[in-house]
Design a protein around this ligand. Structure first.
Ligand code: NZQ
Ligand code: ZN
Length: 388
């Protein structure tokens, strides 16, 4: 067990009827607010009007940037950073899913530099400071509301790159499960696959860990498995939406890491799929994860699969370890592809081998991904082929 620092100072307003606190929270950071959002879902659900009213009632000045894409693009970040500079913005208010939140984070950092914001991703230019960010989350998935990360696409170079930096952490996040009632069954399923993957990337680890954290992660995975089909069938089921929303934040806010050091693997592989084919992040993860598990399974790793299968899916602990392991992969696949109804292969979503060489090279940065099992370019290519 390694030593670690845990420091996630995000103030969370969870639940219905919390928006009355928005004005006073924004006002702590200044008067000039840049509201950022996506393609318009926040207008359809009435959230836009409610937010504008709160901001105006607090006597703040509102600026807007809309049209942030799913798999947000660097051009949106550039536009936002320019507005921040030109209008002397004091605080950014991101209302939407992970894409809006992620793009807003890099706008907030871009406000302080003269260079192109893409350099934050492509060259890891320093992120020394960022304008304060307040978020209103509308889709449970990425955990961007409570982490300091973001992932941005550059269609010109077929890159999709993530970056963590403490100044990007939101100051305040509003998590109201009722605003996720309109999330489609498909996006709900993708969001759940994303959360599941955030946990799996950490849980599948052969280091001696904190038992407490393993139990916590198993509890979150059981929560996702229990509530995803309910939220898909009954979109306005508060209990289901609330459980998923809070899991979204805790799956990736650093708590479960507990000092464990290990690179993520399914995420870099999926980011290449999104970079080249602009697919939904959670869908790509659902397709990749079971194949990655299959690829990493051997006598040295089987014990982790047994723990997963028995504790999360309730598989009979008396079966042979390899049998439990294979059954656990099957049950996870069933959750993604049968219960959640996601497409199960890359072929079905129109992806073939064309770019596998370059994608697998970029996923491991031409080196080795030091994850649950170290994976080089050839390993990653084989996993992608298993997804066809
Ligand atoms: O753009 P609008 O009109 O808002 O519609 C969105 C979008 O079309 C819609 N939506 C959001 N809330 C809704 C809603 N529709 C109806 N009702 C609502 N309440 O859903 C669609 C997808 O939204 P998006 O923000 O793209 O989804 P998500 O939250 O899954 O974000 C995905 C992005 O986050 C990155 C992904 O790579 C991807 O680019 N990630 C960010 C992470 C982080 N910050 O830590 C970690 C993740 O692993 C992930 O990589
Ligand atoms: Zn993810």
């Amino acid at each position: 067990m390694n030593s670690f620092v845990y420091d996630i100072p995000v103030k969370v307003y969870f639940g219905e009827n919390q928006l009355g606190n928005l004005g006073k929270e924004l006002a702590k950071y200044g008067k000039r607010v840049l509201l950022t959002y996506g393609g318009g879902s926040i207008k359809k659900i009435g959230l836009y009007d409610a937010v504008v009213e709160e901001v105006k009632n607090a006597g703040l000045e509102l600026f807007e940037l809309s049209g942030i894409e799913p798999n947000p693009r660097i051009d949106s970040v550039r536009k936002g950073a320019e507005i921040c500079k030109k209008e002397n913005i004091d605080v950014l208010l991101a209302v939407g899913g992970g894409s809006t939140l992620d793009a807003t984070k890099f706008m907030a950092a871009g406000a302080f530099v003269d260079h192109d914001p893409w350099a934050f991703l492509s060259e890891w230019a320093p992120i020394a400071k960022a304008l304060p960010i307040v978020t209103i989350l509308t889709l449970s998935a990425t955990g961007s509301e409570m982490d300091c990360g973001g992932v941005i696409s550059n269609p010109e170079t077929n890159d999709k790159i993530g970056r963590l930096a403490p100044p990007l952490l939101p100051k305040v996040s509003f998590l109201d499960p009722t605003v996720t009632y309109t999330v489609s069954p498909y996006q709900t399923a993708c969001g759940s696959a994303d959360m599941m993957s955030h946990i799996i990337e950490v849980y599948f680890n052969m280091n001696k860990d904190l038992y407490m954290l393993d139990c916590f992660m198993e509890g979150m995975m059981k929560t996702i498995i229990k509530y995803t089909p309910i939220a898909m069938k009954e979109p306005e089921n508060y209990e289901a939406r609330a459980n998923l929303m809070w899991t979204s934040s805790w799956a990736i806010n650093g708590f479960v890491n507990g000092g464990k050091q290990q690179e993520w693997t399914c995420h870099p592989i999926e980011h290449e799929l999104s970079a080249y084919y602009d697919i939904t992040h959670g869908l790509g993860l659902a397709i990749v994860t079971p194949r990655w598990m299959e690829y990493c399974l051997d006598e040295t790793t089987v014990s982790k699969y047994v723990q997963f299968g028995v504790n999360v899916f309730g598989i009979d602990a008396d079966l042979e370890p390899m049998e439990i392991a294979k059954k656990s992969i099957e049950m996870l696949s069933d959750f993604f592809f049968k219960t959640s109804g996601l497409k199960s292969t890359l072929t079905e979503i129109g992806i073939d081998e064309t770019h596998f060489d370059i994608m697998s090279k970029k996923a491991c940065e031409n080196s080795v991904l030091m994850g649950f099992k170290p994976l080089n370019q050839q390993d990653i290519k084989k996993i992608l082929q298993m997804c066809l």
